[in-house]
Design a protein around this ligand. Structure first.
Ligand code: NAD
Length: 367
């Protein structure tokens, strides 16, 4: 099959890690007989340097005309890079917001998996970690408090600030459908997180999620409050499969999940639209402190490519092949600097070597 993949390498370590993800995709293409047409595009700092703006209309159009977008991270060292002398709407991060909005991406996926070999990177006690955890956050990305009306006015002799938290039924329904479908493809458990004991928007959230659940009886649905979920994530992370929540709760809980999962260099992410189209990028930033040194961990970018295979190209076997190859590489003791421990039998690899190891471990359809 032929697929068009827009590639935005980005800034800092972006080009280094995306190169390795591409290497892995090319190997998958060779093993499974697919054809991936990569279209190189600029966004963020590199686009400012070339076109004077972080995202051009042409780039946006080319992304829209692709099956998926694979991205590194964007941005420079805040306070050092000249990009941050520009007005906010001209800075690298403005390009990312415009891109997500322009592509209509409303559903953000952030998996947090603890690999047995990286248990020591998890800040939780052994007894809490238990058999480990493998969870997926599904976060609504374009509604709620971050997108409501806001104002700061003087009332009765003092300043009063207001932020509106609004959710429409249709916004909840479409992200809930995605979450049920994702849970159905995993261990079949979905926990919807809200604050329904206080907020009207959460009560509507719960009602619509319940309604959507009726169409998916194979998925076991539960509801939890955001405060108790924050506690349970650090007390019993293994009890979750898929967590569905609104924008702000998801923002906070997904950072908590990233922290318990260990290294930023291991965490992929995806942002999806109603159809199969999506944008795939590592959860971490452009790490300007280590850029250009060939020491960044490319596994988050490689695992983002695996998500691209699964969710946008609907190639679950190929996605699993990549994920299994990453597990094998870790089991063999291969480590980049960020996940290296003082332990016998571990091999320190460069960014490039890590990508090559993963590509070499892919088995293809004839396992
Ligand atoms: P960061 O995530 O880039 O780095 C935080 C720490 O994690 C650094 O020590 C870095 O070296 C390390 N790290 C991150 N990814 C790594 C990897 N793959 N391998 C090894 N180590 C890794 O966060 P920051 O320093 O706060 O931000 C740097 C820039 O990235 C800023 O301009 C910020 O705006 C931008 N940023 C971009 C995105 C994005 O593109 N989606 C997300 C977050 C931050």
């Amino acid at each position: 099959m032929e697929y068009r993949i827009a590639v935005i390498e980005g800034d800092g370590i972006g080009p280094e890690i995306v190169r390795e993800a591409r290497k892995v995709l090319l190997r998958i293409a060779a093993l499974y007989g697919h054809h991936f047409e990569f279209r190189e595009l600029l966004m963020g700092g590199s686009s400012i340097d070339r076109f004077g703006e972080p995202l051009t209309e042409e780039t946006l159009e080319k992304c829209r005309a692709s099956d998926a977008v694979l991205m590194g991270s964007i941005g420079g060292k805040v306070g050092v890079s000249p990009w941050y002398l520009l007005p906010p709407e001209k800075r690298p991060e403005a390009g990312l917001l415009k891109l997500r909005k322009g592509l209509g991406l409303f559903c953000n996926l952030r998996p947090a998996k603890l690999y047995p070999e990286l248990r020591n990177a998890c800040p939780l006690r052994e007894s809490v970690i238990g058999d480990g955890f493998d969870l997926m956050m599904v976060r609504e990305l374009t509604g709620g408090l971050y997108f409501g009306e806001r104002s700061t006015v003087r009332e009765g002799g003092e300043l009063v600030a207001r932020d509106e938290l609004c959710y429409r039924e249709s916004e909840i329904r479409r992200v809930a459908r995605k979450a049920f479908s994702i849970a159905g493809g995993r261990r079949g458990r979905l926990c919807s997180v809200d604050k329904a004991n206080v907020l009207d928007s959460s009560r509507l959230w719960r009602r619509i999620v319940e309604e959507e659940g009726k169409a998916c009886p194979e998925v076991e649905l539960s509801h939890a409050l955001v405060d108790s979920t924050a506690m349970l994530l650090v007390r019993k992370p293994g009890s979750f499969d898929v967590i569905l929540t609104e924008n702000m709760f998801g923002d906070i809980l997904s950072d908590e999940m990233a922290e318990i999962a260990g290294s930023l260099g291991m965490l992929p992410s995806a942002s999806l639209r109603e159809d199969r189209f999506g944008l795939y990028e590592p959860s971490g930033g452009s790490a300007p402190d280590i850029a250009g040194q060939n020491i960044a961990n490319p596994l988050a970018a490689i695992l983002s490519a695996a998500m691209l295979l699964r969710y946008s190209l609907e190639l679950p076997k190929e996605a699993e092949d990549v994920e299994t190859a990453v597990e094998k590489v870790l089991r063999d003791g291969c480590r980049t600097k960020d996940i290296l421990e003082e332990k016998k039998g571990l091999k320190l690899l460069s960014t490039e070597e890590m990508g090559e190891e993963v590509a070499a471990k892919l088995r293809g359809p004839l396992r």
